[in-house]
Design a protein around this ligand. Structure first.
Ligand code: SF4
Length: 480
């Protein structure tokens, strides 16, 4: 399917016309000052527009021009621009900016080649400054432009730089300046990076939807359905730096359970603990930088239960349960049997104790158990079963506990909808395993025996990056 770029861009432009104007465009229009546009663009990388706007305002009060910027120390700059993403690095770049601008006569240059010589300025920033501050033809290709142009198959490229070069050849020049703000607004609202809203998209009839998994729509006769997500983030502080807060907003799920937070409560940023629209609950291990689970809930639970009441497991921060009127959502990070299977006995004890705990809950209401189970159940749940029979996560002992669990009636919801091999949720960081799709399915959503009919859908979001695991999702209708 080939799209007509003129019609598509015009339709999308109309669709986003009431969306907020990107902060850098706003500053360009309000100030017509290349210095301020450049500084705001540097601040805006990996940062929400509201945060960039507030930080820019604070900074411009102290430093309206390059001469005033020169008087500020890195420490002062850090304080002024906090909490923009990577504020420490950005403060260093800003401190070096006056010296770097000297060779351009203390003025911001207006070509991409010159701009990229400045500290903290990459091609994307340079293009944005050239197009917004100087109104010269340039195409700012950020993640949204790159992603959406490939979804439309208008270009077939692997990197934003390739996309920029392809668009320079193909896209009529009259769209170069505006395409970024249109597609950023569109990518933040409709064509989201995860589960795009294709059902509401004005161009869904002509879009090739290349490599896209559209959002699962709650059916009108199914308005109670809830979206649950589980993700082993392998270090919440690391993933926060990769844009986790925005990811959660894009996921737009009712509850997200994360595992391996590897952080104590006092190590968590306020932004992480207070993500707009969610209340978060944390259960950390006593040992620093180890294990730990957390929940992000749109609706506050009736109660949150921390652990399962057994000290040797609870001290490792492995189980957190959100209790609602009709169901419990139990978020678990199962132990790893470890090198030499040293912790296999500990793990099997944990598994049996957890099973007892779940059975007690299931007597009262539905139970949803999500998390990293640290076991691939059957041979179709990993790429190389034969080579791994003696390895942690695929030993006969671990697999037979999973057999026991399933035989007792708990349902592996992914297998309700998909019986095929080749669907994985974890890939080793070694050997380029993710690119080669040499993976394991060790993250699951299971439900108690009586709640199978409440499961609407269950799937894996294998394209979501940020951890060595990808998230999994389940749609659940507690009212069924
Ligand atoms: S149909 Fe879906 S994938 Fe295509 S542009 Fe619209 S939201 Fe994006």
């Amino acid at each position: 399917m080939t799209i007509d770029i003129e019609t598509v861009l015009e339709t999308v432009k109309q669709e986003v016309k009431d969306k907020p104007v990107p902060v850098v465009d706003l500053i360009a229009v309000q100030t017509e000052d290349p210095f301020k546009v450049l500084v705001a663009t540097i601040l805006s990388a990996r940062t929400k527009d509201e945060t960039t706007a507030a930080a820019s305002k604070r900074l411009f009060k102290q430093a309206e021009n390059v001469e005033q910027l020169q008087t500020l120390s890195v420490e002062q700059l850090e304080k002024l621009i906090y909490p923009v993403g990577f504020f420490r690095n950005k403060a260093k770049f800003l401190a070096k900016l006056p010296a770097a601008l000297k060779k351009y006569g203390n003025r911001v240059p207006d070509t991409i080649e010159e701009l990229v010589t400045l500290p903290g300025v990459g091609r994307k920033t340079a293009n944005l400054v050239v197009s917004t501050a100087f109104k010269k033809p340039a195409i700012c290709v950020d993640t949204h432009v790159h992603r959406i142009m490939n979804i439309w198959q208008y270009v077939t490229t692997k990197t934003p730089l390739e996309t920029e070069m392809a668009l320079r050849k193909k896209l009529p020049q009259r769209h170069w300046i505006s395409v970024n703000s249109i597609l950023v607004a569109f990518g933040q609202s409709i064509c989201r990076p995860v589960s795009p809203h294709c059902d509401q998209c004005p161009i869904n009839k002509v879009c090739p939807q290349h490599n896209v998994s559209p959002r699962k729509v709650k059916m009108s006769n199914n308005t109670n359905a809830l979206n649950f997500m589980s993700w082993n983030v392998n270090g919440v502080r690391a993933i926060e730096k990769k844009g986790f807060i925005q990811q959660l907003k894009d996921f737009d799920v009712d509850i997200l359970g994360i595992q391996e937070t590897k952080a104590q409560p006092d190590q968590l940023s306020d932004q992480l603990k207070n993500i707009e629209g969610y209340t978060s609950y944390w259960f950390s291990a006593e040992k620093k930088g180890y294990s730990g689970v957390a929940l992000f809930c749109k609706q506050e639970p009736l109660k949150v239960h921390y652990g399962i009441g057994i000290e040797q497991f609870d001290s490792e921060g492995r189980v957190i349960t959100a209790e609602y009127e009709d169901y419990y959502l139990v978020n678990v990070y199962f132990p790893n049997s470890g090198a030499g299977l040293k912790r296999l006995d500990y793990k099997l004890d944990f598994n049996r104790s957890l099973h007892d705990y779940l059975n007690q809950l299931a007597e009262k209401k539905s139970v949803v158990l999500c998390g990293d189970y640290n076991v691939a159940h059957t041979e179709i749940d990993l790429k190389n079963p034969k080579a791994n029979v003696k390895n942690a996560g695929f030993t006969p002992e671990e697999r037979s506990w999973m057999d026991e669990f399933i035989d007792s009636g708990y349902v592996d919801t992914f297998r309700m909808f998909n019986q095929e091999p080749g669907h994985y949720t974890w890939w080793s960081y070694r050997f380029n395993a993710r690119a080669k799709d040499i993976g394991w399915r060790i993250d699951y959503f299971c439900v108690d025996p009586k709640s199978k009919a409440k499961v609407v859908d269950s799937y894996i979001l294998k394209d979501v990056m940020g951890s060595d695991h990808c998230p999994i999702q389940m749609v659940f209708d507690p009212a069924k």
